[in-house]
Design a protein around this ligand. Structure first.
Ligand code: DC
Length: 234
């Protein structure tokens, strides 16, 4: 069934921890709203590629900041086409690898890196009439005046199972290791001093533990449409 595109104008922010299905939901919402889509996690991952390629220790904040300041990070804003480049090289596949995933929390905790990427995110969004932006601090820091803010969460064991399904992992020990890695990243992202992961005060919290992805998309699209109908756009 195809749903007619809505006349949505404004911004939807989608924040929350890893493994909630946030990216798939964000892409689905963007497609339904006919909106641009920005994956800010891809930007922090691209910055991490620059750091690793420069041979810099991800925990050396000063060296990380200098390296990222010199990197040319390009991320696309179309839901259907993933464009991620560092200095002209396509890194769309590499940013999802284990090496980048291990180092990205440290790189994204560096305040100078966050300032640089937040500025770039705001510039990318400024040109779009309708946009869905996903990340960790979009409703709290990047777009505090967004039309609609969603904080997507799910029970930790559900998140680990979903991640295992995506990776084709069935071994209980490996699933437990995935759960431990999700917890480690959540703790790091939620406890960092600069822009920790937390729901904005005016965010709608959606728990996807017992909802299908399609149901979550439906719920957010309905909320976006009623936010516009209520003249909520700022
Ligand atoms: O959503 P993701 O797993 O691709 O995000 C990768 C990392 O980047 C994650 O550890 C949190 C961080 N991140 C962030 O600090 N702020 C954002 N707006 C997006 C991601």
């Amino acid at each position: 069934m195809t749903t007619p595109q809505s006349p949505f104008r404004g911004s939807v922010t989608l924040d929350g921890p890893s493994g909630t299905g946030k990216s798939s939901v964000a892409r689905g919402v963007a497609a339904r709203l006919g909106a641009a889509y920005l994956d800010t996690g891809a930007m922090y991952r691209a910055a991490t590629v620059a750091v690793l390629d420069a041979g810099v220790d991800p925990d050396d904040a000063e060296a990380v900041a200098c390296t990222v300041a010199e990197a040319r990070i390009v991320v696309g804003t179309q839901a259907g086409i993933e464009v991620v480049e560092v200095d002209g090289t396509d890194v769309a596949v590499r940013i999802r690898g284990a090496e980048v995933t291990r180092a990205v929390s440290a790189v994204s905790a560096v305040p100078a890196v966050r300032r640089q990427l937040v500025e770039q995110q705001r510039a990318l969004v400024a040109g779009a009439e309708a946009v869905v932006v996903e990340g960790r601090d979009i409703g709290t820091v990047v777009l505090p005046d967004a039309t609609l803010k969603i904080y997507l969460t799910a029970a930790p064991e559900v998140r680990a199972q979903r991640r295992a399904g995506q990776l084709g992992v069935t071994d209980p020990g490996e699933i437990a290791a995935l759960a431990a890695d999700l917890r480690r990243r959540d703790e790091y992202d939620s406890s960092r001093a600069d822009s920790p992961l937390r729901p904005a005060e005016d965010a709608v919290v959606v728990d996807s533990s017992e909802l299908s992805q399609a149901a979550v998309v439906d719920r957010i699209v309905a909320l976006a449409e009623s936010a516009v109908a209520a003249g909520d756009r700022t």
